[in-house]
Design a protein around this ligand. Sequence first.
Ligand code: SF4
Length: 415
Amino acid sequence: MALASRAAARLLRRRSPLACLQQGKSTAAVAYEEDEDYAPEINVTRTRPEAPQPDRKPKPYRSVADDAAVRAATQACFPTRNDWTRAEVQAVYDQPLLELIRDAGACHRAHWDSRDVQQCTLLSIKTGGCTEDCGYCSQSVRHKTHVKPTKQLPVDEVVESARRAKAAGSTRFCMGAAWRELGNKKKAFREILEMVSRVNAEGLEVCATLGMLNPEQAKQLKEAGLHAYNHNLDTSREFYPSVIKTRTYDDRLNTIQNVKEAGISVCSGGILGLGEEEKDRIGLLHELASLKGGHPESVPINALVAVEGTPIGDSGKAKRVDVFEMVRMIAAARIILPKTMVRLSAGRLEFSQGEQALMFLAGANSIFNGDKLLTTPNPEFDSDTQLFQLLGLEGLKPNPRLEHKAEGGHAAARA
Ligand code: SF4
């Protein structure tokens, strides 16, 4: 039988096992009789004797992250250090990506309960009209954008927003005012102090971002119950002048220092996609790791949301940040600043749920909820709830003491 017709005959037989059975023969037997080249496929099902089942209750599954000895040993591998050199930060940052994610995940699980994700709400209490020239910002008076300046919100309205944020699962409430500095704005400041005090009384961590502060203002905010102050470094010292010209890097560091000295936690991070190079991201991480008096309690990592009318948005230099760049930055931040909250901030809407999952795996442990972050869009509350359910994440519970250590990290970090 020609090879081709043998193959065709085999195919036909395989398609009609019923015909073979009707002859009282197996398909293999019929095939063998008709085709001396036929080699049957071996497809034997054996019945295995039942393995004896041990007579005991099933052991509950314990994640390795819950093992105290593993955690202690892993913590020792990722200590909190204030003496990072830039070359060391670069060595962490340059790891092959999957190795970096694995290490950052181990560090995260050693220092934190990695299922906990803090939800924060950011409210713009005074939008637009800022005299600074930050090249990415839609709120600067120097840029023609869609943002219309508004007056400061009334205190009651802010407190009401804070209550809604708490009911939606937020444990931190951040109030942002678009100012170069708090300066001599006496009435506005009086109202802000009242907002801080009343939001604090709602049992929320209160954070504010009001531009540059002097030591006395920082002290008054602390006395009113301010928990944290946000003042981003944005990028490296070298790249900073390409983004902002109206105040210096050292101005920013001075405000951070005033905040620290008043006993307020520091929230300071950066923005990816401004046109910076990797060395600038490394430079930013190194600055944050070297802050006088210890690491910031919180580091927001933003992906630029380019806005029409801003110099960076219009220059064509703004680069869409991809998920792997975000993940690399988050993972490096997690290892270099092990007890710091790493917050997924602006630009989260650009990333799919799968991409955000990778960011949580790399050590991010906070998000901003609500459909707006100051003036940029943010995922809807429902989609975050669904994401949390899907990934088995839980909103961080409110800290009953609202007591945080500036250097030691967030109160929820494992000791
Ligand atoms: S200081 Fe803040 S509000 Fe003002 S331009 Fe810069 S980023 Fe915008």
